[in-house]
Design a protein around this ligand. Structure first.
Ligand code: ATP
Length: 203
């Protein structure tokens, strides 16, 4: 089974593209959503977060107090690094387990969607990488509409990410997400190639 990663800058359309791959029956691991779920439900991870950031990290209902944690890590890069060093390995292990399950279920290839695939080193354990790319101005407009936010806020989030061109340089496949029509064609082409490659001996 081929393990494929998919990434792209904020608002590039990673989730949208993954939902289209799902229509071909491809199993997708949404790492960012799963990270949120694990922080709320995985006891070992919850304990580690409480130990490092205080019991107040969790509300009375047992769910993560995101505002409290964001308040701690927002202005303190060492704390943000600490948080990542706790959460990323937990998501990585969970993703590995998920891949084993998908292989047992007979998947030809899987997709792992993550905003920070390169930054976390997660790409090292993947066989192929897809980067979704869109001109910056379009991304800004789409995110402003989706999140009902300002251009400044979107640009601030963008500036924290690896530049799009850097991601493109590391890609095995680039999907350009400007118009729906061309998006669907690109996805079927990449899908066909991945199925073909998954069935050949690995390099
Ligand atoms: P994030 O990095 O914030 O998680 P993302 O890369 O997963 O975002 P999406 O949420 O899939 O991006 O897409 C961003 C917005 O752009 C969404 O509102 C989505 O509906 C819209 N969008 C995605 N693709 C297109 C397209 N081809 N044409 C028009 N709108 C699109």
């Amino acid at each position: 089974m081929l393990k494929v990663g998919i990434t792209g800058g904020i608002g590039s359309g990673k989730s949208t593209v993954c939902r289209l791959f799902e229509k071909f029956g491809v199993p997708v691991y949404y790492a960012d959503d799963r990270a949120k779920w694990l922080m709320n439900h995985q006891e070992g991870l919850k304990e580690q977060l409480k130990e490092n950031f205080g019991a107040a990290s969790y509300k009375e209902d047992g769910l993560l107090d995101r505002a409290y944690l964001a308040g701690i890590v927002f202005k303190d890069s060492a704390k943000l690094e600490l948080l990542n060093s706790i959460v990323h390995p937990a998501v990585f292990e969970d993703g590995k387990q998920w891949q084993i399950e998908q292989e047992a279920l007979g998947a030809t290839y899987t997709l792992k969607e993550a905003a920070l695939l390169f930054e976390t080193g997660s790409y090292l354990n993947l066989d192929r990488i897809i980067v979704v790319t869109v001109p910056e101005e379009i991304r800004i407009k789409r995110v402003m509409e989706r999140d009902n936010t300002t251009e400044e806020e979107v640009r601030a989030r963008m500036n924290k990410q690896m530049p799009q061109e850097e991601k493109e340089k590391r890609a095995d496949y680039i999907i350009t997400n400007i118009a729906w029509e061309t998006l669907n064609i690109q996805i079927s082409e990449v899908h066909e190639q991945l199925v073909y490659q998954a069935k050949r001996p690995q390099k």
